[in-house]
Design a protein around this ligand. Structure first.
Ligand code: SF4
Length: 315
């Protein structure tokens, strides 16, 4: 927040002091811990702060963590870290007064008034492909959408995630950071590579995809308007068979109305990267009611597209 930034400026502490002075050792340790928690747990955990010194170390640990993230030079880590910090903020917001949440929202550029949010901001930050978040399912008053306190916090979480990601995506850390945190950076890098590799394990055999999924892919690529439920089915299926976000994005990228940021956000939500919920692929019965089922001879006795894939991909 602006106040924290200004406070840090007023302390007139140099980067050299933060990196080398014994006084800031705890802040450096906590900075490393923030990044490790982001990688390992997907959330930066709160720490108990009993004294002013604890608070100061916590504040300084944040720029240190950001410098470490920038030094690893991994877009995957930047995304994961931005989300982990945003989740931490969400957890903190649960215990805050409404007035503070309003203040925080304003700072993030989100127009909130009590538990009401202006609809343009709502559309910017809400996962609106989720039926519960669709604007038609929300009560609106004079352009403002009514929400619960935790829903407001959830939208601010997304604003924070975007802000941190945008700030870090092209950030460079001073070269000394790589020297001071040489071992830690190497350890984090290895973990990140391992996590990315793990997601890629298990080659995806597209020839084993059921006809409903093949049809959806063909429609998306041809720029045919695929209904929301079709896009949802496709993303949940591709995620379940082990495709990573970049690969799924590539499929949608051939669509003429492709919007990279919006599509990525939707994919990250459906696959649980942002929402924390990995949405399941719908059953055949459900897909049938949506008019998206085009069975072939292998669909006999199949009740779920993933069963089809498992059976066919083994061959
Ligand atoms: S029966 Fe199931 S797997 Fe086969 S096309 Fe229909 S929805 Fe897809």
């Amino acid at each position: 927040m602006k106040e924290a930034k200004e406070w840090v400026k007023e302390q007139k502490v140099s980067i050299e002091e933060i990196l080398f002075d014994d006084l800031y050792e705890r802040a450096r340790e906590r900075g490393v811990e923030r990044v490790r928690q982001a990688v390992d747990e997907g959330i930066v955990r709160e720490v108990a702060m009993v004294s002013e010194a604890d608070c100061i170390m916590e504040i300084f640990s944040y720029p240190i963590a950001r410098m470490i993230v920038a030094s690893v030079e991994s877009d995957y880590l930047v995304r994961r870290y931005a989300l982990a910090e945003a989740k931490k903020a969400y957890e903190s917001m649960k215990n805050e007064e409404g007035s503070f949440i309003d203040y925080l929202a304003r700072e993030m550029g989100v127009e909130v008034s009590g538990n009401e949010i202006y609809f343009t901001d709502y559309l910017k930050y809400a996962p609106t492909w989720d039926i519960n978040w669709k604007l038609v399912n929300r009560e609106m008053r004079k352009g403002y959408v009514l929400l619960s306190k935790s829903e407001v916090a959830r939208l601010i979480q997304e604003a924070i995630r975007k802000k941190i990601y945008n700030e870090l995506a092209f950030a460079f850390a001073p070269p000394e950071v790589k020297k001071v945190f040489k071992d830690e950076i190497l350890g984090i890098k290895n973990k990140v590579i391992f996590k990315e590799e793990k997601r890629k394990v298990g080659e995806v055999k597209e020839e084993g995809f059921p006809p409903c999924i093949k049809n959806l892919i063909a429609a998306v690529k041809a720029g045919i308007n695929v209904p929301h439920v079709g896009r949802f089915t496709l993303v949940t299926f591709l995620n379940a068979v082990g495709m990573d976000i970049e690969e799924i994005l590539k499929i949608f990228a051939s669509s003429p109305d492709f919007n990279a940021e919006k599509t990525r956000y939707q994919i990250e939500h459906i696959t649980g990267r942002i929402s924390g919920t990995v949405y399941a692929t719908p059953k055949c019965d459900t897909i049938r009611t949506w008019g998206l089922c085009y069975p072939d001879e292998y669909c006999r006795n199949i009740r779920h597209p993933l069963f089809y894939y498992r059976r066919r991909a083994r061959k």
